[in-house]
Design a protein around this ligand. Sequence first.
Ligand code: TYD
Length: 205
Amino acid sequence: MRGKFITLEGIDGAGKTTHLEWLAAFLKQREIRVTTTREPGGTILGEALRRIVLDRTQRLHVETEALLMFAARREHLARVIRPALDSGRWVLCDRFTDATFAYQSAGSGMDWEKIEALERWVQEDLQPDLTVFFDVAPETGRARSGRVREPDRFEQEQGDFYRRVREGYLRRASEHPERIEVIDANGAVREIQKQLELKVIRHCF
Ligand code: TYD
């Protein structure tokens, strides 16, 4: 049987990486074979692109950024995601296409429809079975990610960038309610994990 494809999203500092580790352990306890991966990244090309795209000293045109994200995604789908799903493994991915809509379109102004065209080209009929958007207030996200390490280029963007990114995620959630679940991630970790468990059971079991 084909595995399930779950993607986790949130603005920087939303805590999705912590929740991804918890979810992987939760599924493994149920004897599910799990592949965890991330975007940008997940392949040699993807990790190289990650270094280029997140480099704080370089500014790329926003459409270049989006094209690189989708080039990496094409490779990631062909080499990692589809083979894992076809062999029955579940794939947990830290960020996926909804991040391109949120960051490159809502955040940085790229045309939403151009990203939809790239999505159709690169993914064809493949969509996650479940996408969880961990929703935190932009101030909370900034404070949390600032505590952990130096901000990367995206995190340095000024003004209301994260407010726009959050709005972009919420727009995607309203356009794809069958797949995207929004979890309030401002509160206690245990409470968030309980919500996450319920969503996974509803969409994937
Ligand atoms: P993240 O995975 O949260 O990095 P970290 O492990 O450093 O917390 O974030 C990577 C950055 O890439 C994040 O700022 C969002 C950005 N990004 C895009 O702008 N577009 C995309 O399509 C993807 C997948 C990520």
